[in-house]
Ligand binder design. Structure first.
Ligand SMILES: Nc1nc(C(F)(F)F)ncc1COP(=O)(O)OP(=O)(O)O
Ligand SMILES: [Mg+2]
Length: 214
């Protein structure tokens, strides 16, 4: 599947983002139709060391079973070690050029962009996709920058040519379609699925709202 299509409903989660048992939440989301998953184990209460490693392997196996790409946030060593499908790095993480050197050629490598300058740099450096945001205010990421809004998302889409772009930051069922209208290839969410009464139904609805008219 093309990276662009995999970005449609990109669920990001760590064990500390969900009310239920992480494996059950992710399996529900997979059944609901998420198209890519990012393991982002960070912040207060996040697992570390062997616990983090073994949860990553279990979640990767689950994603492999459903044929959904499994991406690791920040931790390039973990991603390479467990045979993930890719890694996502931000502006303050390991630079893209060095990540590319250390990862298999088949890796999907995503880069965060909080403005159009960062987005163009990521595009020129050969990112496989760009995470543009935060589009709306978010309480999930403690150190999130100021929201760029739909106008900022439109500008990033305009300037990054063919590079697939996903919208992140405060995305829920009530604004997901707006992000697609602003030119994003998909939406990335944490709490919209991880905190939902039914993660499966939340994923199903987001899938419907982001489906591109063929
Ligand atoms: N994790 C992310 N995933 C995406 C994705 F494109 F996948 F939607 N976009 C942006 C981020 C934010 O990444 P980063 O700036 O490194 O902060 P953190 O490591 O705290 O997530
Ligand atoms: Mg990061």
């Amino acid at each position: 599947m093309l990276v662009r299509e995999s970005l449609q409903v990109y669920f990001i989660m760590g064990s500390n983002n969900c009310r239920g048992e992480p494996l059950q939440v992710v399996e529900q989301a997979l059944k609901g139709g998420i198209t890519m998953f990012q393991f982002r184990e960070k912040g207060s209460g996040a697992k570390t060391g062997k616990e983090k490693h073994s949860l990553a392997i279990k979640l990767k196996q689950l994603c492999n079973h459903y044929g959904v790409p499994f991406i690791v946030n920040d931790d390039v060593d973990l991603a390479v070690d467990i045979g993930a499908d890719g890694v996502h790095v931000g502006q303050d993480d390991e630079p893209l050029a060095s990540v590319k050197q250390r990862c298999p050629k088949s890796f999907i490598i995503g880069v965060s962009a909080t403005n159009s300058t960062e987005a163009v740099q990521a595009f020129q450096a050969g990112a496989d996709y760009i995470g543009a945001g935060p589009v709306f205010p978010t309480s999930t990421k403690q150190d999130a920058k100021l929201p760029i809004g739909l106008a900022g998302l439109e500008e990033i889409n305009r300037l990054t040519g063919e590079t697939p772009v996903t919208a992140i930051g405060g995305i829920h069922t009530d604004n997901a379609a707006d992000a697609i209208k602003a030119g994003a290839d998909g939406v990335s969410v944490i709490s919209a699925i991880s905190q939902a009464e039914s993660p499966q139904q939340a994923a199903q609805l987001l899938n419907k709202l982001t489906a591109k008219k063929r």
